[in-house]
Design a protein around this ligand. Structure first.
Ligand code: A2P
Length: 339
């Protein structure tokens, strides 16, 4: 016997990836429903070799559904996740809306699976895509040397802004070759052939909300004593986030032990050769599950410093895969009741 699974936001970039991931990983599904806005009701999406007719979230009754994988945007999750949760459906939410709320576990299964046991409101939050890949890479290093401070610059793909973001990069790139002035709608400035040092809105201290998320989420997931300063940049890459991470530790860092720990860590692939091209770039990680770590080296400017580069498919580990792994971990820990 499997589970009754609802995928909310099933027509979007992450929702489609969730359907694909559930099928690929053979999550025990008895029944599955694809939900989106009333605009999409009646459209079709595929689930393996099956075709699902999209239903309207607004009128859907979650009673009797075991788990809901949500990626419809923050304001929609804010309204419908509590409705689903109150009907007894465990919500795994991809938006930022519930992440910092007490009683809502914020989980990366390779890093803090036991946090799932603290679920109080039938809602679990999937962290921000940039946070996920960074904590997957940092966890084995934190276990060894105890992290103190992280300085990170991100190079984030447009898929993080949904299908509309990908369409805009395509249209602007194409438009610039056919002399059609690019329209700017999804991003603050032209994204084609450019880099934009703003993701999400500005906060009072001058950081953007994306940067704030990396700080507070890393603390909630990994350790409340870690300081993080992030600069988050949108780049003209369709899929796959990159990060340049500089980490400072309490204890002396041994490069060989760090390499060994990264080689053995769940969810990490260390691909680090000090030769031309001996590192992983975002186009190479598309469709892959791992967080790839490259360019590992000591940072000689601080007592116990390490620097590295990491890339991951932001639609998979950064969103859909992590959400499905949360569901799998709940099954393994016997935390997902069937109706
Ligand atoms: P729809 O296609 O009907 O607009 P993306 O992040 O790629 O833009 O995807 C967003 C997903 O969230 C889509 O599946 C979208 O459905 C869904 N969505 C957006 N607004 C709503 C809403 N008000 N109710 C339900 N689903 C929504």
């Amino acid at each position: 016997m499997g589970y009754r699974v609802a995928v909310v936001g099933a027509t979007g970039a992450v929702g489609r990836e969730i359907l694909k991931t559930l099928e690929e990983r053979k999550f025990p599904v008895d029944e599955i429903v694809a939900l989106a806005s009333p605009r999409s009701a009646g459209r079709e999406v595929s689930f393996g070799d099956k075709v699902l007719k999209v239903q309207n979230l607004e009128t859907f009754d979650f009673t009797g559904w075991d788990v809901g994988l949500f990626s419809p945007g923050g304001s929609v999750s804010a309204k419908y996740a509590p409705i689903a949760a109150a009907a007894g459906c465990v919500v795994i939410d991809n938006t930022s809306h519930f992440r910092m709320e007490p009683g809502v576990p914020l989980v990366v299964p390779e890093v803090n699976p036991n946090a799932l046991k603290g679920m109080k409101r039938n809602i679990i939050a999937n962290p921000n895509c940039s946070t996920i890949q960074m904590v997957v890479a940092l966890k084995p290093l934190h276990d060894l040397f105890t992290l103190k401070r992280v300085v990170v610059a991100t190079y984030q793909a447009v898929a993080g802004a949904g299908k509309a973001g990908m369409d805009e990069l395509f249209a602007q790139t194409r438009g610039s070759f056919v002399n059609d002035p690019p329209a700017i709608e999804q991003f603050q400035k032209q994204i084609a052939f450019n880099c934009i040092p703003q993701i999400d809105r500005f906060m009072d201290d001058g950081a953007t909300k994306e940067e704030w998320k990396m700080t507070v989420e890393t603390r909630k997931i990994l350790d409340p004593d870690i300081s993080v300063i992030a600069t988050c940049v949108r780049v003209p890459v369709f899929i796959g986030h990159s990060e340049a991470v500089v980490a400072e530790f309490e204890e002396p860092v041994d490069l060989e032990r760090a390499r060994e720990a990264l080689r053995e860590a769940d969810g990490v692939i260390l691909r680090d050769e000090r030769v031309d091209g001996g590192y992983v770039t975002p186009t190479e990680c598309v469709g892959e599950d791992a967080t790839y770590v490259s360019r590992l080296r000591l940072d000689p400017t601080v007592p116990n410093g390490l620097a590295f580069w990491c890339v991951s498919d932001n639609l998979r580990k950064g969103a859909a895969l992590n959400a499905v792994q949360i569901a799998e971990t709940m099954v393994a820990l016997d935390l997902l009741p069937k109706h």
